[in-house]
Design a protein around this ligand. Structure first.
Ligand code: IPM
Ligand code: MG
Length: 371
């Protein structure tokens, strides 16, 4: 039987509680599924790694991540670490994982479960049945461009610089990934940039156009300015299928898309590298789009659905367990249909549950679906 090596990095805050619910499902599959067994390692990342080792991720944890078939990541950060040196801030651990594993393709699906259409801040008819995929470039752009500095000038003014850089090769590989994704979905790609202001936007637009012509003329491509994209997402989100965009615009647009699904607590993500030329395997990290939510951390209130759905994506993209991934999606949907809600998606007439009761309910649905 195939074994899948998972590295669990719960991190900080509610990451610890939500990854615990993934462990529940790992135990469930290890006990029942014939499709594969999971071998699990754990390590620290973010503030918890800083407290233990003085860095946001150790070289030893990085080595485990490089070896794993998939990394399951919780969340990092919190006010406790607001004053640590910038290079050791909790987020630096996540950024190092993305960069060193070369996880350039970040898939952020925004799906509105029918039961949650009224939990969205948009009207039901705008979001009901919504199924879009934001494909965010994750290893380039302003997140990593140099120089990146905050200096004090001779006259006493302070000056900060971030640098937005993209090469044609970086844009080409994310564009190809977007067209590949679209072919399995609604066959439409919107490419979002700011070519009216930024040189990187001009290049982005050129390269996506070239890749479309040579690689995917069968897919519909539309170019859209990123600010207009933000507006159109609110006006009429269902016009989109795949949105491909850079690291920073993708960060912003995916939070926006998350709210359409009812809560940031609903949105999973997969960060993928290129397939290995020999084995076809790709490095991968799965994480909820939400953060560590320090205000509710440790109280058992967090919504574990985004993290559980991220585990579903790991099954689909790293473990060749598409059937089991579909079951997870069905189980989540069923639990919501039954009216169970964590606080973030609570509505009148529903039953409010905590993190572990939500996890248990999803496990119970899985059990019912697999008998
Ligand atoms: C995300 C987060 C991260 C990002 C933070 C935690 C560094 O907001 O994954 O969207 O900005 O990429
Ligand atoms: Mg973000």
């Amino acid at each position: 039987m195939t074994t899948h090596a998972l590295l669990l990095l719960p991190g900080d805050g509610i990451g610890i509680e939500t990854i615990a619910e993934v462990e529940r499902l790992i135990a469930f599959f290890n006990a029942r599924s014939n499709a594969g067994k999971f071998v699990v390692e754990r390590d620290l990342v973010g503030g918890s790694a800083y407290d233990a080792h003085g860095v946001s991720i150790t070289d030893a944890a990085m080595a485990k991540a490089l070896k794993a078939d998939a990394v399951m990541f919780g969340a990092v950060g919190g006010p406790k670490w607001d004053k640590v040196p910038y290079e050791h801030r909790p987020e630096a651990g996540l950024l190092r994982l993305r960069k060193d594993l070369d996880l350039f393709a970040n898939l952020r699906p925004a799906i509105c479960y029918p039961a949650l259409a009224d939990a969205s801040s948009l009207k039901r008819e705008l979001v009901e049945g919504l199924d879009i995929m934001i494909l965010r470039e994750l290893t380039g752009g302003v997140y990593f461009g140099e120089p990146k500095e905050l200096v004090t000038l001779e006259n006493g003014d302070r000056r900060a610089v971030d640098t937005q850089i993209y090469t044609s090769r970086e844009i080409e590989r994310i564009a190809k990934a977007a067209f590949d994704l679209a072919r399995k979905r609604g066959n439409k790609v919107h490419s979002a940039e700011k070519r009216n202001v930024m040189k990187t936007g001009v290049l982005w637009n050129q390269v996506v156009t070239e890749v479309h012509k040579s690689y995917a003329p069968d897919v519909t491509l539309e170019h859209i300015l990123a600010d207009n994209c933000a507006m159109q997402l609110i006006r009429n989100p269902k016009q989109f299928d795949v949105i491909v965009t850079d690291n920073l615009f993708g960060d912003v647009l995916s939070d926006e898309a998350a709210m359409m699904t009812g809560s940031l607590g609903m949105l999973p993500s997969a960060s993928l590298g290129a397939p290995d030329a020999k084995t076809g395997k790709r490095k991968a990290l799965y994480e909820p789009v939400h953060g560590s939510a320090p205000d509710i951390a440790g109280k058992g209130l967090a919504n574990p659905i985004a993290t559980i759905a991220s585990f579903g994506m790991a099954l689909r993209y790293s473990c060749d367990m598409g059937k089991e991934a579909d079951l997870i999606d069905k189980a989540i949907s069923a639990v919501l249909d039954k009216g169970l809600r964590t606080g973030d998606i609570m509505q009148p007439g529903m039953t409010q549950v905590g993190t572990s009761d939500m996890g248990k309910a999803i496990e119970a649905e899985l059990r019912a679906l697999t008998v």
